[in-house]
Each structure stands twice: as structure tokens, then as C-alpha cells.
Design a protein. Sequence first.
Length: 333
Amino acid sequence: MNQVTVAGVDCGTNSIRLLVAQVDGRSMRPVTPRLMRVIRLGQGVDSTHRFSEEALDRAYQAAGEFARVLEEHPVDGIRFVATSATRDASNREEFEEGIDRILGVRPEVISGREEAALSFLGAVSVLESSGQALPPAPYMVVDLGGGSTELVVGGDGRQAPVDRAQTAYSMDIGSVRMTERHLLSDPPTGQEVDRALKDVDDHIDQAFSRLPISQVRTLIGVSGTVTTMSSLAMGATEYNPSGADGHLIAVDKVKQEDDRVLHMTRQERSRLKPIHPGRVDVIGGGALIWTRLLERLDQSNPRVLEGNTYIASSHGLLDGIVLDYGRRLLAAA
């Protein structure tokens, strides 16, 4: 076998994604358009540590839609990865059994460290296969999700492949968690924002003490929050999940948009077409995290944001799931 067709599912705190692709070892080629559904699986999990019945129903409905796609596009294997919310839910076995009944595969609940490594693989491998000159290494990939934010450094270009993670840290903060913990008013009050910033700073302190921040040369931001805020910084007027993909984004401009969106009412955000309706109520929390990370990185190592820019990428965990799984199937064959 020199290639396999695999399906990857990334089930996060806010959204669930499907990608079917052919993998030949180094690269992959999508077979179907990417599917993304906002299911808010992590609704209330930060406080209750349980999935609600409503959230499970939304997840099962999306899984049923994915099953119908896979009926039309047979694959050599499926890998279903669940992340932050599922790690924290005491009734996750109920969720795993429900998905198994629908898709015939049991969700794999991965650690924050593995999530970070797969996000890094997905983001950097796309850069590597683009045919363009690679940006300066080492890279830091930031995957800002609904329940957690992964920071991963790797690709030094000497001792390891460019797409291999070296060091990773998972912060237990994300757009949904920050909103449910702190940003309860509409729009959030100054006190709520201050408490959220204190929470974010505490997590960044821990992460930066464990990562080689001084070595990083290029920042790559992935996830719905980052690509959405990057699209707004680019002046987008319509929703396009890949509109910012591969672009250099001006830090000052995205920080302006982060602050503007954070202090909007939900109704005002709903009028911004680049924001997916399923993110309207929580993207302020994600914007707050992104701005604070950019500020702290610039303070710790100005070379990371040399030129006052970062790379936005719509390729991350889902791409890493598919590429890693396809490679493992090929190696086994």
C-alpha cells in the first residue's frame, strides 16, 4: 500500500469536525469538503463536570450526519478524537457508547499533550507541503479551543523533522470556559474582564515556565477563534473558515478587533458576518485569551512576533489526526 483513505473526527468543547482524505505518508489530499458543526458539547462541563442531555443530543445528531457522508465515501479506517470537555466529563462513557453505535468507532480521549502534538503536526505539515520557503524555526503553534488552549514548540530543523513537536503544554482555558467562568454579563463588565485576565495570566505563567519561549522564532495560530479574529483583522465581510489561512496577520490590528469584539453585546456580534453563529456568545472569551497571549509572547521574546505579525492557519488538530492515523495505517501495512 502506498496510500490509504481515512476519516478523522475532531470533537472539541464547542465544535465537531470531519475530514476524509487520502494519505500517502508525507501529505494528504481531501476527498470531501471539511464539515464543521457547532454542538457545544462542553456546555456547563466546567461547573458540573457532566455532559448535558441536550449537548449529547447535538453531538449524536452531528455524528449521524457524518455517518451518512461516510456511507458515500468508504474509508480504510476512522479515528475519532475527543479533547478537553470529554476529558473533564464524568459521564463520558455514555458519550463514547453513543458515538460507537452511530459511527462504529469509539472516541479516543487524548491528553492535552497529545492534542498539542497533533495540532502542531497538522499546522506545520501544511506549511511544509506548500512548496514555499519555510518561515524561521523553531515554531510555536497555538491551538485556542473552547475548553483548552494548547501551546507547542518544535521543528528546530536540525535534530527533528520540521513537523515534529518537541515540547508542549495544555492550558485549561478556552473561549467557552472563559465565558462561563467570568464573562457572564452582556457585554462583560470591567470586573469580569479583569478576573478573566487574571485567570489567563495564571495559566500563561505556568505554561511559559515549562516551554522554551526564548527559542521560538515563528508563531502559528490555529482554531476557530484565531482564524475568525484574523479574518476580521483582514477586513473580511463574510464567513469564510479558510479566508485567513496562510496569511501574515498584523498583531496590532487583530488586538484592536479582539478588544472591539470582547466589549460588544452578543446582538452586536451577531451582525458581524465573519463570526459563525455558533461562536457569537463565546468568541469574546477567545479574543481575550488571544490578545493576552500575543502580549505576553511579545514581552517574553520579541523575536516571536518579528515584523509585528503571526501566521494564521485553518489547519491544525483535524489535519494532524488524519495525517498521523494514515501514516500509522501505512506503517502497519
